[in-house]
Design a protein around this ligand. Structure first.
Ligand code: MV4
Length: 500
């Protein structure tokens, strides 16, 4: 078994990995940038080492420093978490070359799946249904792409071969717009990935985004842990995930799961991985891409299956066999995750930065909080805006929604704007409650309305009444008239803003 794991990450996921190490009796080594000296992952690990300035390129993206610290600290392994170095095949190879254990999939699997055109052809070989499309591993010229487009038909998507997660993606509804879309997609892909290869896919409109969690060991065993529904997102940033999906029944789950498992086996996949699919209105599913890492939303799967995915990754990296066979896996209950972001839903999701000057964390039955913040912590612009993930488990989807709403109302973060009010409104929305949404829901069918929280409206009404009374008293004392309704309205607005 591993003995000492370097956690090459920060924030909530670093905390999550340290916790898994602790439960397995492993020592955890934290690394931190100058902005993260006091961070929770630093305090929770057995040892911590500074790795450089706040900018990620000078710290959390420095693979050489990670390996250096692993050697210096006597760690035998590195867990990359998600983001940063997690899907960097060169880094994974360097870790292995340094005689350390890489807690993740084989570097070659990362490399193959990182090339989305390659991933398509491997999946096709394994019998996975693909969105109709066109692309080859080498460079395709603009002329070849334009010639292929009519076979696919419109609308279609121009996607970057080196992309993923929607980066460098362009929708095209008319043939005459294709040349320009190819040019901009190439330009974007070149600057983001240093690779301007693009390919075309039929655009499945009003789709749902469903993904299958996989686990494989080094002995050829691969299982799936069912699906996650990830359709509630904004600009390819997921905001809410749930497991199971309201539109996937046991039959479809087994069908998608079996296909995902067969595909993973065909590439000797091991560790944790996820196959992403789009599901169309008729519940046909098509492969999108494979993520060769632990995902942000893994907790919802943990909650409904009881499998600790991070501990399982650490065991698998130690060469152990999977502790589960497919028949051991049952989906029980309903889990929902809200990503709590330091972004202002009232102000076009502008990032909010500052110090957390008040913090009440939600607790109670069925509530899990994976958080990277603490009272007094500074939220800086250096890293992504996710502060915490609030996860609930209910017996039914209805119970999970009510529980999430309750937990969101308990959750008080003062000092910066967060997405908590937006999440409360989503939990109250009838479309969400009915499970009637697709990937366009948040941007097309939902508008954030800041006065939707009944509790704070009541608080504001009481406060405004008290204030009006006080002002009247003052007015009487000063022999002035009553408070102007306009002033009262302004005060109420200001109070409302302060309270929320
Ligand atoms: C698609 C698609 C529909 N048709 N591909 C987005 C992220 C990346 N993993 C691939 N994505 C998609 N690829 C085809 N052929 C729908 C998505 C998609 C999406 C598209 C527009 C707006 C929001 C979206 C959310 C999830 C997935």
């Amino acid at each position: 078994m591993l003995k000492k794991v370097l956690v090459a990450n920060r924030g909530e996921i670093a905390v999550r990995i340290v916790r898994a190490c602790q439960e397995l009796g492993l020592d955890a080594v934290a690394v931190y940038s100058e902005a993260d000296r006091m961070a929770p992952h630093v305090r929770m690990a057995q040892e911590a080492y500074t790795i450089g300035p706040a900018q990620a390129t000078e710290s959390y993206l420095r693979g050489d420093r990670m390996i250096e610290v692993a050697k210096k600290s006597g760690a035998d392994s590195i867990h990359p978490g998600y983001g940063f170095l997690a899907e960097n095949a060169d880094f994974a190879e360097a870790v292995i070359a340094a005689n350390l254990i890489w807690v993740g999939p084989p570097p070659q699997a990362i490399r193959l799946m990182g090339d989305k055109v390659m991933a398509r052809s491997i999946m096709a070989q394994a019998g996975v249904p693909l969105v109709p499309g066109i692309g080859k591993s080498g460079q395709m010229t603009d002329a070849e792409l334009l010639a292929a487009a009519p076979q696919i038909g419109f609308p279609l998507l121009v996607k970057a071969a080196a992309g993923g997660g929607g980066k460098g993606m362009r929708n095209v509804y008319r043939a005459e717009d294709l040349p320009e879309a190819i040019r901009t997609a190439r330009r974007e892909a070149q600057s983001a990935f240093g690779d301007d290869r693009v390919y075309l896919e039929k655009f499945i409109e009003n789709a749902r985004h469903i993904e299958i969690q996989l686990l494989g060991d080094e002995h050829g065993n691969v299982i799936h842990l069912g699906e996650r529904e990830c359709s509630i997102q904004r600009r390819h940033q997921k905001l809410i995930e749930e497991a199971p999906s309201p539109v996937v029944d046991e039959e479809l789950r087994q069908k998608m799961g079996a296909i995902a498992v067969a595909a993973a086996r065909s590439v000797n996949y091991c560790s944790a991985g996820t196959m992403e699919f789009v599901l169309d209105k008729d519940r046909n599913f098509y492969f999108l891409e494979m993520n060769t890492r632990l995902q942000v939303e893994h907790p919802v799967t943990e909650m409904v299956t009881g499998v600790d995915i991070v501990k399982e990754m650490l065991r698998i990296a130690s060469g152990r066999k999977l502790r589960y066979e497919q028949d051991d896996i049952r989906v029980k209950g309903w889990a929902i995750e809200c990503r709590i972001l330091a972004e202002d839903p009232r102000n076009n999701f502008m990032p909010s930065i500052g110090r957390i000057i008040g913090l009440t964390n939600p607790t109670g039955p069925g509530v899990r909080l994976d958080s990277g913040i603490y009272f007094g912590s500074e939220v800086t612009p250096y890293y992504d805006s996710m502060l915490a993930k609030l996860i609930v488990l209910g017996e039914t989807r209805g119970e999970a929604i009510l529980r999430m709403r309750r937990a969101l109302e308990e959750f008080r973060i003062t000092g910066l704007a967060t997405t908590i009010p937006l999440h409360i409104q989503l939990m109250n929305s009838t479309r969400f409650q009915a499970g009637q949404f697709d990937t366009g829901f948040l941007e097309n069918h939902f508008s954030f309305n800041q006065t939707s929280n009944p509790a704070s409206i009541r608080v504001a009404a009481v406060a405004a009444t008290l204030m009006a009374h006080q002002r009247n008293q003052q007015a009487i004392l000063l022999h002035q008239g009553g408070t102007s309704p306009w002033r009262l309205y302004g005060r109420r607005e200001a109070l409302d803003r302060r309270l929320r």
